[in-house]
Every structure is written in structure tokens, then in C-alpha cells.
Design a binder for this molecule. Structure first.
Ligand code: SF4
Ligand code: SF4
Length: 190
């Protein structure tokens, strides 16, 4: 069924002389980033620093770095957008939205970060991101998962959160399915 609908789609594309491999336009990083900047009001930054004052990144990572702060990111990508794909500073934000609540200019930094990261991943810039080892889907920034996998003394707790929720559920369901006959025998003999 799926194969026949796929064949029909291919036939339709052939008639239209469209190659499915090249028909999807590749987004341009600079153009798209410009759109995200405009749509999320980044150009209206007043440099008041309120976002940095309420941002939990300082407590989370245990150190302050201006270039990772919302104010720092807004400034850098507006003034120096040339090498944005190599900026590790873009992969620290916890996307908690706290800065957006307090920003007097209505800058939606959280949505901006989510959109920009999605675009970077789509364009193959995966160096600072963590992925589920089972299905390969994006999990969160590497820095964030590294922090979550450590205890309060900085000791690694194992592979906590390393697998995505969907794969975890699937694994749980498969285990239950496998153990069902064993449970049935135990209940029967009880
Ligand atoms: S709170 Fe808003 S206006 Fe103030 S520095 Fe942060 S992003 Fe800019
Ligand atoms: S959304 Fe990101 S930048 Fe804004 S307060 Fe949360 S962690 Fe900080």
C-alpha cells in the first residue's frame, strides 16, 4: 500500500520533471537567521541587562559568561553574524523563557534559540548537540545533558537522559511484552 502510494508520488514528480532529491530548497542560514531576528524582535534590544539578571544559566552552569547570556548573544549575532554556525555560546540557553517575561522590548529569546538551533541542525551543524543513540533524534545541547548527568559533586551519574522518551517507552513496552508470560506463570502458581 505504502509502496504503491510512493510509486504514484514518484510518477507525479516525473511528470512535473521534478527530482525529489533536489526539489526541497536548502534554507540559507543568514537569510533565515535574519528572519528569526526580526520575528522575535531581537533588533529592539535596549541593552538593559534584565534578561541576564534573571537567567538561570549562571546557577545551572556555575559560571557566568557574557557571550552566552541573552544580551551577549543578541549583541554578537547582530554585530558579527559571519561565523554563527561555529558559536558554542548558542548551545547553553536552557530555553526556559524567563528572560522573555522580563524583557521590556518583548524580545522572545527562547523561541529565537529554538528556531536557530533547529536550523543549524538541519544544515548539519551538530557539534554542540546531543542525540538519542537509539533513534538519532535531537535531545538537547551537549552542555546541558553533561550537567544533568552529574551529581552535586560533579561525578557522572551514568547515561541518565541519554535516550529519548519515545525510545525509553518503546524499550519499556518491549520489556513488559517479553516478561508478560513470566508474570502470568507467577500469578497462576501463586
Ligand atoms: S532584557 Fe531585553 S532589552 Fe534588556 S538586554 Fe535583555 S534582550 Fe535586551
Ligand atoms: S530562555 Fe535561555 S537565555 Fe532566557 S532566561 Fe532561560 S536560559 Fe536564560
Amino acid at each position: 500500500m505504502a509502496e504503491s502510494s510512493n510509486n504514484k508520488r514518484m510518477e507525479k514528480l516525473r511528470k512535473k520533471k521534478i527530482n525529489p532529491e533536489v526539489s526541497k530548497p536548502v534554507p540559507d542560514l543568514r537569510t533565515e537567521m535574519g528572519r528569526f531576528i526580526r520575528e522575535n524582535n531581537l533588533i529592539f534590544c535596549l541593552e538593559c541587562g534584565k534578561c541576564t539578571a534573571v537567567c538561570p544559566m549562571l546557577d545551572f552552569y556555575g559560571e557566568y559568561a557574557y557571550d552566552r547570556s541573552p544580551r551577549g548573544v543578541v549583541e554578537r549575532i547582530s554585530l558579527y553574524p559571519e561565523n554563527i554556525e561555529h558559536e558554542e555560546a548558542l548551545w547553553y540557553c536552557l530555553t526556559c523563557k524567563e528572560c522573555t517575561f522580563f524583557c521590556p522590548s518583548g524580545i522572545n529569546f527562547q523561541d529565537f534559540m529554538i528556531e536557530l538551533r533547529e536550523l543549524l541542525l538541519q544544515l548539519g551543524h551538530k557539534r554542540y548537540a546531543a542525540f538519542c543513540p537509539v533513534c538519532g533524534s535531537y535531545l538537547m545541547p551537549k552542555k546541558e545533558i553533561e550537567y544533568l548527568q552529574k551529581d552535586s559533586n560533579g561525578k557522572k551519574l551514568g547515561e541518565l537522559l541519554a535516550v529519548c522518551p519515545r525510545c525509553k517507552k518503546k524499550n519499556y513496552a518491549e520489556t513488559l511484552h517479553r516478561l508478560a508470560p513470566v508474570f502470568k506463570r507467577i500469578i497462576k502458581n501463586a
